[in-house]
Ligand binder design. Structure first.
Ligand code: FAD
Length: 310
């Protein structure tokens, strides 16, 4: 998936070797790539993106579930999160195509924006299908993809009888049970700083998923200005925020992965407001001049209090 994964298992069931587990984990991730990767030309999503039909196009139940979650988060975030953002992601050089040397022109941004809009994509559950309002709609599920991978690996581990595990696919993690020291898994939220890796705080995570999105890892610099991979559908350009990172805790990795990106695009005002309004457990780190200020939503603070109870 163009990134790293790690799986830690405590107290593995007897007879389950690390090598068997590795093959199963990689097969689960390969399946996800075959469904939703825009980097894999033969994936179901790439085929759907190449299909210029404006009639109903049948899709698999797995692809349907991811698109449905994307559309739910789009509605929740009033379109700040948008899985039809693909043409803009590609234009700014954050997709499968090579990054051009020059910044995109306003004309190119406007042309790409005309192809973007989550309401241009209709979804049907039974039988699963999508309908595009324009044949050149291009869906990008990368904001949910690591979560989909972590959920799928977690399911595979549980099928194998593993009860204590931590799965990380890049910045999205799912953990269950307890670690080798018989304590809840502790997940670090990093300081949102591009040139170093330091821990901002630790969060206990058991039977939960946690995901962080930020503007400090995937970006490029042009003429002294930083351009991040999170795109604001409202401007068609990379976000410019004081928000360094957003972390979300919840049950499913796919959901928290998408919500973390939605919060980044919403920014330091609208993001925390939405988390409070919807009772979502989120932690934000905002840059204030030279300092970093972290704060949790009420649901996040509740979550921490409950996790500290024996
Ligand atoms: P997140 O914050 O989780 O998501 C950011 C991404 O979401 C952006 O990069 C963009 O794609 C999209 N996005 C931007 N703005 C918005 C918005 N407003 N609304 C919704 N989405 C938005 N990369 C490679 O280099 N090579 C590969 O072979 C490769 N294969 C992949 C296969 C799969 C199945 C997936 C899911 C991704 C793959 N990637 C690959 C992509 C790479 O791993 C991405 O960097 C990653 O998915 C983005 O996740 P993140 O955690 O960095 O950021």
């Amino acid at each position: 998936m163009g990134t790293y994964y790690s799986v830690k298992v405590a107290r593995p069931p007897a007879g389950l070797s690390a090598e068997t587990l590795r093959l199963q984990v990689e097969s689960a991730l390969d399946q996800v790539i075959g469904e939703i990767s825009t980097y894999e030309p033969t994936s179901e999503l790439s085929r759907l993106n190449r299909d210029s039909s404006t009639d109903w196009i049948p899709i698999s139940p797995n692809l349907h579930a991811v698109i449905a979650e994307g559309q739910r988060i789009a509605a929740l975030s009033d379109g700040a999160f948008d899985i039809t953002i693909g043409p803009l992601v590609n234009l700014w050089g954050f997709g499968p195509e090579a990054r051009p040397d020059e910044l995109p022109t306003q004309e190119a941004i406007q042309a790409a924006r005309a192809r973007v809009g989550w309401r241009k994509l209709e979804l049907r559950a039974s039988p699963p299908a999508v309908r595009k309002a324009r044949g050149d709609l291009y869906i990008d599920l990368s904001a949910l993809g690591e979560g989909v991978g972590a959920d799928r690996v977690a399911t595979e581990l549980e099928t194998q009888g593993v009860g204590d595990y931590m799965v990380a696919v890049a910045g999205t993690i799912r953990a269950k049970g307890r670690n080798a020291k018989d304590q809840p898994w502790a997940i670090a939220i990093e300081e949102p700083l591009p040139d170093q890796r330091s821990v901002h705080r630790l969060v206990p995570v058991s039977d939960r998923a946690i995901s962080t999105s930020g503007d400090y890892r995937n970006f490029f610099v042009k003429d002294g200005k930083r351009y991040s991979h999170e795109i604001d559908p409202g401007t068609g350009a990379p976000i410019e925020r004081h928000l360094g990172s957003a972390t979300v805790v919840g049950e499913r990795a796919m959901v928290v992965d998408g919500l973390a990106t939605a919060f980044m695009v919403l920014g330091e005002q609208r993001g925390p407001a939405l988390a409070t309004d919807q009772g979502l457990a989120a932690y934000f780190i905002v840059r204030e001049g030279e300092t970093l200020r972290g704060f949790g939503s009420p649901a996040f603070e509740d979550y921490l209090t409950r996790s500290r109870q024996p």
